[in-house]
Design a protein around this ligand. Structure first.
Ligand SMILES: [Ca+2]
Length: 100
């Protein structure tokens, strides 16, 4: 386990040194000098925007789904009420709610 951690840290250290060297040579651009190449920062920003859009779309979809499920529940309740009316009619009970 310790070997894996040491290898992992070594890979991170070597990658960081390579990136720092490439920034130093000007191969990678780093306008704000935080040792994170601009390409990486732009990709992360794109990912952040895509994630926010996905979350917004998901919330919108859940809201619409909630509305549709509510409509289904209302429809089932109406069917239940109509079945009760049919049973009452068979039993010769007077109509409770006359249609206008
Ligand atoms: Ca940067």
């Amino acid at each position: 386990m310790l070997k894996i951690i040491i290898i992992f840290l070594g890979v991170i250290l070597i990658s960081s040194l390579i990136i720092a060297f490439l920034i130093f040579l000007g191969v990678l651009k780093d306008r704000n000098s935080n040792f994170i190449p601009d390409e990486v920062e732009e990709s992360l920003e794109d990912l952040k925007i895509a994630r926010e859009k996905a979350v917004k779309d998901f919330k919108k979809k859940i809201h619409r789904l909630d509305e549709e499920v509510g409509d289904v529940v209302d429809a089932i309740q109406n069917v239940g009420d109509e079945i009760v009316d049919v049973v009452d009619t068979i039993k010769n009970k007077p109509r409770k709610n006359k249609k206008k």
